[in-house]
Every structure is written in C-alpha cells, then in structure tokens.
Design a protein. Sequence first.
Lengths: 95, 477
Amino acid sequence: MKITKEEVEYVAHLARLDFREEEKVKFTSQLNDILMYMDKLNEADTAGIEPMSHAIALQNAFREDTVKDSLSHELSLSNAPEARGPFFRVPKVIE
Amino acid sequence: MAYEPVIGLEIHAQLLTKSKIFCSCSTLFGAEPNTHTCAICLGMPGVLPVLNRTVVEYTIKMALATNCAINESCNFARKNYFYPDLPKGYQISQYAQPLSEHGYVDIEQNEGKKRIGITRIHMEEDAGKMIHDEHLPSSYIDLNRTGVPLIEIVSEPDMRSSEEASAYLKRLHEILVYLEICDGNMEEGSFRCDANVSIRPRGENAFGTRTELKNMNSFRNVQRALDYEIKRQQYILESGQAVIQETRLWDDSQGVTLSMRGKEEAHDYRYFPDPDLVPIVIDESWVAEVRKNLPELPLAKRERFMRDYQLPSYDAGVLTSSRVLADYFEDVANLSGKPKAASNWVMGDILRFLNEEKRDIKDCPILPQSLAEMIQLIENGTISGKMAKDIIEEMYRTGKPPTTIIEEKGMVQITDEAALAKTIAEILAANTAQVEQYRGGKEKVFGYFVGQVMKATKGKANPQLINDLLKKMLTAS
C-alpha cells in the first residue's frame, strides 16, 4: 500500500473534511491506485528535463497598477452565511 | 555560563501600489470595511488572479538595494491553511522559487560595520483583518486588506544581540522608505516584524531551540521582546529545562512574551505551484532599467555627505534619516554655500520646531531658499547669530522670508562704524567714573560698556564691531 488510512485521516483533517469509516477505507484504496499510477509515470526517463509548474507555455501575464471599482459591501457580503453591519461574521477563532 | 543569542528576522512590508497584487481593488488604508473587495480577493470560485507588474518592479528594487541575486525565473505557490481572514483557504505566496535570494545589508555597530545576510525576498498577498467580539463568540472580518501586496524579507540568523536586530530592522525600514515602495508605518501594519530567537553557550556552533516572536508593532517593542525572550530562555536553560519550539506573542502592557497555546500542532502548508499564475521571467534588461532608476541609498548618501560637505558622521546620520530631510539640507547647503552652518540650523532649530509640533520636514514652513538666505545674511554681517535665532522663529511661525521679517522689525545689524562710534562716545561721556576704573586697570567694567552699547542699539550692533571700537576708544585718551 502506498498510503495508510491514518494518512487519509490526516489529509482529511487538514482539509477540514469529516468522513465515515467506510468512506475512509474507500478513499484509501482509491488514493492508493492514483499513487500507484504515479509510480508508473516515474518510470519515464526525465533526465535533463526541467520540471514545469504549468501546462501552458506562457509567462509574464501582467496587469498595470490601476484601480477599478470594487463591489459594494452589500454585494461583497451577499453570499455570506452571516454578516453584521459591513463585516462578515464567523465563529470566534483566536489563533 | 555565558550565552550568545542567535536572532533572525522576518519582515513583511506592504508595497505602495495603488491596486492590489492580483486584482484592481484599491489598497488605500482606512476605507469602510469590505468596500475594497471584488470576486478575486473575496476568493470566489472560477476567478483568475492577474499579477500587478508594479509589485514585481518594487520587489526587484528592494532586491537590488539589498544586494540580492534576482532569479531569472520565479513563480507563485499556494500556501494552504484555514483561517477566517483568508477567504480562499490558501495564501498566494512564493516558495521554492522566490524572486530573489542571497543578499545582505551592512549595519553600523560600535565595533564597526557588520554584515547581515538576507536569505530571500519574495512577493505574497496580505490577509484580511479580524475583530474579535468581546462578549459574543463571534469574530468580524474585513477583507479590504486581503490581496494587498507584501514582500517578505527573511534574514539569515546573523544577529547576536537585540541591538543588532534593531539596527538591521531600522536599516531595512530606511531603505524601503527611501525607495518609496513602502510607507513604513508600523502602527498601521504596513511594516511588520517577526523574530526567531535562540541562545547557545558562547563558542558553541550548533543552534539552540528557537522560538518565534510575533506582535511587536514598534522598533522599541522588537528590542524589548527580544531582550525579554533571551532572558527567559537563559533562565530555562540555567534551571536545567529545555526551551520548547513555539510561537510566542509579545504582550506590550505586561512586557512579556506569552506562549500561543491551543494551536500547537505543526503547520503543514502543502505548498504547490499556483496553476492560476504563470511563471515570471525577469530578464537582464528589466533589471537594468530598475537599477537605472534606483535613488541614492541612505548609506551612500551618508558617506557622500561626510565626504562632500565635511560633516561629522553624526550629522550625516541625522540628515540622511529621511530622503526629504536630506534633500532639504542639500538645498540649504548648496544655496548658502555653507554646509556646516546649514547642518547646524537644520539639525538644531528646524528639527526642534518640527519635533515640538510632530510635523514632518515636508510640511516645514521655512523654505530651503529662505534658510539659505538667512545664513548668508549672517555671513555678510547683516544680522548677528543671536538675531538670527529670533528671526528663524518668526520665519517658522509666519513662513515669511528673512528679509521681510528684518525690514518689518527693523532688525538690521548696525555695521556703520561712524554711527556706532558716536553712540559709544556718548556712553563713555555719560559714564566717566567707569571709564576711569577701566583705565585704572579694572578691565571687568568692559562688559558693562558692552551691555550699555547693546542696550542703546537694541541688540542690533555687530558684537565684534562693538568690541573693537570700545577697546580702541577706551584706550585712546
């Protein structure tokens, strides 16, 4: 096995996802298949080839430093589950 | 046992661009909450961030000013973590390929210059602001700051005392402000500093366990927090315990660092290249263009002031502490042709007036031309240095040029020898007893005569001329 159930639980926790026991078993097996496939890709000889971070051969996509209109705070907050005045409201989190 | 602190600093500086790093929202501080927000900085699904070119340019500026190598190619990465001030669930930052690396700045210590290494300078986006409700279990989020461009400047662990850390911090602050790429305001958070600190027995090469200090929002607090933390770690080691690697917050009111308990699990940011942002390639010609437009940096200016204006190192340091002040001094020095006098008036009276009112030099009511003119009026004997002290106050208060004030107050120094001799003759005639005393060898009464002449001329007579004439007329019988 390339990945353990504990690792799946750890990654799920980082993503704040909550899974049932049978889901954990299923995802462990599925992720294992994906990682096995990565092993197959690793068989390709990539000596002397620069790693790439993007699939498209494009670089330096810039915009100029100009200000355009923002959204009103009513619109900015319109998707928020909770708001108070001009603020988003969330459960108190103190790091 | 003697311990040696090892300190490294991480500095975040907000760049003075008009718009955010990946969208066109304004970066202005102090707007109504959530009014500088759009689909991109709110982290809506399906949007495409596009990099602000000026952010790259400013970062290149800072890299050049701190002797960093600029990587030919760099990219952005996603730093994944959940926190309410970060709507996307990741911060766009640079990781494996930052814009620049391997730089340094020199700081001046009593023992001479010391070189502090800079590990890297990279670009990233700022997060939003949270306000915690004091009574309810709620926090309120303002995302105006989300996406404001930052550069992070990471130093090598090269500092060995809180003084060195403070000197390094001031040096970087000064450079950022000189480059006009950051306003340097620590209270508003546009210049922030975290510190990594550990201690080790002097002579030991291996590093001790470090703690990370946060929440120090002034130069003074950085130094205080470091001093406290160094003592705290020393106490722990001396009592046979071990320092725990953790993040600690500086508590200004208590003057202590406190552990940030509750979230002690190690961070796992799972960085990966951001597929939304294509790589940045910085060629030689771009770097050359930025280099060409770099202003003279503080250290170079300081050395030039000492060399060209023959100023002591202290004066040069004060006068170059800001670019506007340095320009002001240079204007006065060049227009008056008297750099040392210019330095004395600027460092003395001008800075004192400004400090009393917490005013910036750029709002100084005395124009450099006026101050230069006043210095020339002293030089050519029109006014005395003593009169100038009153005139400069009036200039500061009214913004009028010195000649106008002198005319209005009839303050011109009496340099007319004949007129002054006449006044002195009258005084001598009215004080024959004292004249006899002086001639009898009681030279102390000379001062009495000077006082009388000053009184008769309302302080407007040239003091040197009074002395010369008095001596001559008292000795002549």
